[in-house]
Design a protein around this ligand. Structure first.
Ligand code: TPP
Ligand code: MG
Length: 344
């Protein structure tokens, strides 16, 4: 007897994947000045941390974010209160952009008692649930599965928060990244994966370590949309961030943003950076610096005068000097703290 074949159900209508814009939208006067200020805070903070490391005031690992400021500042402009941020060990910029207190961050770098981890974590291990910052992780790519977990928690709690999960070009080759991609797409989790492609993983260039150097395509086999972004242009970052966050917040699942950026300093303070030429670094600094781009644009459009920009710099230097002063004189943790915050 012939059995009537049941028609398979139609697949759910797919949301149209967002298209990157051809032009870079203007930020507007206020936002542009804000971006300048926030990027400068990170730059000056990191310069000071580098000096303090040289003076022996900071021990252990210390990875500076100088050159990459537009990435985190642009992305912060695309999110709302409640969205979470998680990253690896190159993390001071993310903390400051999340609104964490520069004094608490610097005091953690110097291992003092009013540091964010009471002086027991150091550069790579700071958290602030109040500021929605979830670390600070020293194991390459470990934060990718944790960031996916934050997105899972959002889905489980039925809120509309999005997890911004940052990792490097080197981390992008780690296995757990792809396990995370699979689950995130399968369960349509609200997570923006932000690959900060600064062209090197320690001393290894992207082209030596990666079979596929276009990181925006890394989600292709999971059907995760992705785009490449000029990570030195804060306007482009904000615009791409808006598209990605909207996609996630509307329940379409994860999104990948490859931020093409550059770190000016060595991998960490102990890296003499012999794997690249001075000219390569100089070229990026002079032609693509994220802060100089904004400064030049504001001066050319007369949105801000030299005086205003100098006043912002002076204000930022004061904040950073006060943080350094605090971090130098704050006492070390009480020895009794050795036995707190540990799992036995
Ligand atoms: C699982 C693991 N393997 C190796 C290391 C050593 N390590 C620390 S940073 C790093 C390079 C990562 O580079 P990338 O992901 O590009 O980030 P970037 O430092 O450029 O920000 C490596 C291999 C580690 N910390 N964890
Ligand atoms: Mg890298």
């Amino acid at each position: 007897m012939a059995v009537a074949k049941k028609k398979p159900p139609a697949p759910p209508a797919e949301a149209a994947k967002p298209k990157p814009a051809n032009t870079v939208p203007d930020l507007g006067k206020e936002r542009e000045l804000k971006a300048f200020r926030e990027m400068l805070l990170i730059r000056r903070f990191e310069e000071k941390a580098g000096q303090m490391y040289g003076m022996g005031l900071i021990g252990g690992f210390c990875h500076l974010y100088i050159g990459q400021e537009a990435v985190v500042v642009g992305m912060q402009m695309a999110i709302k209160e409640g969205d979470q941020v998680i990253t690896g060990y190159r993390d001071h910029g993310h903390m400051l952009a999340c609104g964490m207190d520069p004094k608490g961050v610097m005091a953690e770098l110097t291992g003092r008692r009013h540091g964010y981890s009471k002086g027991k974590g150091g550069s790579m291990h700071m958290f602030s649930v109040a500021r929605n910052f979830y670390g600070g992780h020293g194991i390459v790519a470990a934060q990718v599965s944790l960031g996916t977990g934050l997105a899972f928690a959002n889905r489980y709690r039925k809120n509309d928060n999005v997890s911004l999960t940052y990792f490097g070009d080197g981390a992008a080759n780690q296995g757990q990244v792809y396990e995370s991609f699979n689950m995130a797409e399968l369960w349509k989790l609200p997570v923006v994966y932000i690959v900060e492609n600064n062209r090197y993983a320690m001393g290894t260039s992207v082209s030596r370590a990666s079979a596929q150097t276009d990181f925006s395509k890394r989600g292709a086999s999971f059907d995760i949309p992705g785009e490449q972004v000029d990570g030195m242009d804060v306007r482009a970052v904000k615009a791409a961030g808006d598209r990605a966050v909207k996609w996630c917040r509307e329940g379409n699942g994860p999104y990948i943003l490859e931020m093409k950026t550059y770190r000016y300093r060595g991998h960490s303070m102990s890296d003499p950076a012999k794997y690249r030429t001075r000219e390569e670094v100089e070229k990026v600094r002079t032609e693509h610096d994220p802060i100089e781009q904004v400064r030049a644009r504001m001066l050319a459009s007369k949105r801000a005068s030299e005086e205003i920009l100098k006043a912002v710099d002076a204000e930022i230097r004061k904040i950073v000097n006060e943080a350094a002063e605090f971090a130098t004189h704050d006492p070390e943790p009480d020895p009794a703290e050795l036995w707190t915050d540990i799992t036995r």
